[in-house]
Design a protein around this ligand. Structure first.
Ligand SMILES: [Zn+2]
Ligand SMILES: [Zn+2]
Length: 312
């Protein structure tokens, strides 16, 4: 067994194949935090005197994100933002993990419970035409509510746990499907569509998914141990599998792909101008339609509840 490349100890636990590195537990945790710090600085995601909101789900990626940001920038003020979607058992489980994590780190936690705030849950969409598209509805709702939570928490920047695998598979998907405008939205730092909204940043864009899990395991972070019962990511998984195949040939493949896409995006932005953005007549959020996708979906459930005299 090789020795740790950083400290020379013989208790190597991780082999980082793309960097040809063997690391012990302590040095892996340091290596991970350093990369997060470098990524934030590389893309100028925020300054150390900023207030940064971190979307935390209870899963490995966002737990690793919150913990590593806390370690990389000890002076930075972080606020953990959690959305409870009211999925039976699963949502309570996730919220309890988030509570434990933020307690350990002594970070303020703000939770948005859609049952209390909106009188509905993600489960209600199973009675609508979106019943086979719960994941996509969930995505639309999450994006909208996190904007609202960022506003409430008065943070200038909202950090999310999108990792290297997520980002490269979505990039490949949009690329192969010719969704050029969507491709340009997958940037490490996304400026707000209108004034008063938060910058979205992805500090884990260079962190592979399996390393986020290892960071949580070696750092003994509380993370969810059950999966979402509604999860249906078959489409994206197809691209993730393709990337795995290429990575077997070249462990650096995802990193290379990310770098090439990052060079391509500014050219795409020039070629495909942004669609005109107006405001949603119901919620006043930026939207390309008169009523935004979020309000359309919420009113669908509300309509069902009214017709059936359901009060929540
Ligand atoms: Zn070491
Ligand atoms: Zn709206």
């Amino acid at each position: 067994m090789p020795y740790c490349r950083m400290c020379g100890s013989g208790t190597v636990v991780v082999h980082i194949s793309y960097a040809k590195l063997y690391l012990c537990q302590k040095c892996f945790l340091e290596f991970y935090v350093k990369r997060v710090k470098r990524t934030v600085e590389e893309f100028k995601m925020f300054r150390e005197d900023d207030v940064v909101g971190v979307a935390v789900s209870g899963g490995k990626d966002s737990a690793a994100l919150l913990h590593s940001l806390h370690n990389a920038f000890p002076k930075l003020e972080l606020k953990a933002l959690h959305l409870n979607l009211g999925i039976p058992e699963y949502s309570e489980h996730c919220e309890s993990k988030v509570k434990t994590l933020t307690k350990i780190l002594d970070i303020e936690l703000q939770t948005y419970d859609i049952r209390k705030e909106l009188g509905l849950t993600i489960e209600d969409f199973k009675k609508t035409k979106f019943k086979r598209k719960i994941c996509s509805v969930c995505g639309t709702i999450k994006r909208h509510i996190f904007e609202e939570m960022a506003k409430r928490a008065q943070v200038r920047v909202l950090a999310t746990g999108h990792n290297l695998d997520d980002v490269t598979s979505v990039m490949l998907n949009t690329f192969l499907n010719g969704q050029w405008t969507q491709l340009t939205r997958i940037k490490p730092i996304l400026p707000p569509l209108t004034e008063g909204m938060a910058y979205k940043v992805k500090p884990l864009i260079r962190s592979p998914e399996n390393e986020n899990l290892l960071y949580c395991l070696y750092g003994e972070l509380p993370i969810r141990t059950i999966g979402c019962p509604n999860s249906d990511t078959a489409g994206i998984k197809k691209y993730a599998k393709m990337l795995e195949k290429f990575s077997e040939e070249d462990p650096n493949f995802k990193h290379l792909l990310l770098n090439r896409f990052l060079e391509l995006i500014p050219l795409m932005e020039e070629k495909f101008p942004k669609p005109t953005i107006t405001r949603c007549r119901i919620c006043n959020f930026p939207s390309s339609n008169e009523v935004c996708a979020y309000c359309k979906r919420i009113s669908l459930v509300k309509g069902y509840q009214t017709r059936n005299n359901i009060v929540k």
